[in-house]
Design a protein around this ligand. Structure first.
Ligand SMILES: [Zn+2]
Length: 414
């Protein structure tokens, strides 16, 4: 870095550090507007969006667009999505940071040590619903941008702040709507989604596995518990089948170290009640499989194999086995581990925290998949304690400030 660049960098970093208390105050303010989706019993993000629009206005950010997705279940009739742009020295690229405004319901209130919507500060942490997911990095991105405005320093490229609705309940009225409706994104842009991460900020999420949730119903014949020979025990057959399904690990054994864990996983999970009483041979049994499949394989080939494996159980126990998909989500095309957005994040994390961040694939699914399916190279990154959706959700204040510095670093990169 030249002396001048060093000077600029130092100014921005000091400015962000000085924002610490303002960032905490803004977190507490945002938290007092519970942006719960109508589907989860709330009234959406409109009031929280007003607070954010006010912030943008007060900071003299003029290029602001609100994209409304109709939702008659919200009292205002829509779900807001905000796009704010700030011009850089060059408009060849935009550095986008996307966070979501909606939060999940607080859950059992007795589990909270305070009011989830009256955020409180304790030992370097802010507690409250939404303070980590996703306000931590929403506030970090806004104050990173504010630092440039306050210092009168132009970022290298345009900065784009995207604040979306509906992330927690499917994205239809959020980023999906934005991409379909106005699509401000370009192939050469850098898209950062700080909605996944780890405690040291060393995980850059670039890929996901395909998700298959299977409901498996085994049909035998009900009988009295004392006369099993008169029936066909569906539970026994299903248990045998579950054992056989372990062979999926051997058949689909590809190992891809980009992913954590590096293999496809095939796990029996939920089990429905069969007979309500002990002295009945159950005629019907239902269990579920959660399969996370590496992109090397298709969901269909896994399903084919499962059917093939079931044949042995069917003929041995004389049962019927039926399958239905509870979820069938093919993995989005991965962001290449050497994509510009990944390199920019690596560089910034190294300079700010001294740590080495690396691209990783996870079991799925993140909101970045919407970008990847639309052929943009998006990366998820943040430094989080991973308390999302839990009672006493918190944000470590140092993480919020440090993430803001990482974003600012990227805004300065050539
Ligand atoms: Zn989130």
């Amino acid at each position: 870095m030249s002396d001048n660049n060093n000077k600029i960098f130092g100014k921005i970093m000091r400015r962000i550090e000085a924002y610490r208390d303002d960032m905490i105050d803004f977190q507490i303010k945002l938290c007092s507007f519970p942006a719960i989706s109508p589907e989860s019993g709330g009234d959406g993000e409109a009031k929280k969006a007003e607070v954010l629009l006010d912030f943008l206005k007060k900071n003299n950010i003029k290029n602001v667009e609100v994209i409304k997705a109709q939702d008659l279940d919200a009292s205002c009739g829509y779900r807001p999505n905000i796009i704010a742009k700030y011009p850089g020295s060059s408009s060849q690229k935009t550095i986008w940071i996307m966070t979501h405004m909606d939060v999940v319901p607080p859950g059992e209130l007795s589990q909270w040590q305070g009011n989830p919507f009256k955020a409180w500060v304790e030992e370097g942490k802010i507690y409250g619903r939404g303070v980590e997911d996703n306000q931590q990095d929403m506030v970090a991105s806004l104050f990173a941008l504010k630092a440039f405005i306050a210092e009168g320093i132009k970022p290298k490229y345009d900065i784009g702040i995207v604040l979306v609705a509906d992330e927690e309940t499917g994205n239809k009225k959020g980023i999906d709507h934005v991409i379909k409706k106005t699509n401000p994104f370009r192939k050469q842009d850098l898209i950062i989604v700080p909605d996944a991460g780890n405690s040291h900020g060393t995980m850059i999420e670039v890929a996901e596995k395909s998700i298959l949730w299977l409901k498996i119903k085994t049909l035998g014949k009900q009988a009295h518990g004392s006369t099993p020979e008169k029936g066909i025990n569906s539970f026994r057959a299903a248990s045998h089948f579950i054992q056989e399904l372990d062979s999926l690990y051997k058949v689909f054994d590809h190992n891809d170290t980009l992913f954590s864990p590096p293999i496809s996983t095939f796990e029996p999970t939920k089990k429905e009640q069969n007979a309500p009483n002990i002295n009945t041979i159950p005629g019907e049994d239902i269990f579920y499989m959660d399969c996370r499949i590496l992109p090397q394989y298709t969901i269909d080939e896994v399903k084919e194999k499962i059917k093939e494996i079931s044949e042995k159980t069917i003929s041995r126990f004389n049962v019927e086995i039926c399958f239905s998909d509870e979820q069938n989500t093919p993995a989005a095309p991965p962001t290449p581990p050497d994509a510009p957005v990944v390199n920019a994040l690596k560089k910034a994390v190294k300079d700010i925290t001294g740590r080495d961040a690396n691209p990783v694939g996870i079991g799925g699914g993140t909101v970045a998949a919407f970008f990847r399916n639309a052929d943009y190279h998006a990366a998820c990154w943040s430094t989080i304690a991973d308390t999302a959706h839990q009672p006493n959700e918190y944000c470590i204040i140092d993480n919020m400030v440090s993430d803001a510095k990482v974003f600012a670093h990227i805004f300065l990169q050539k």
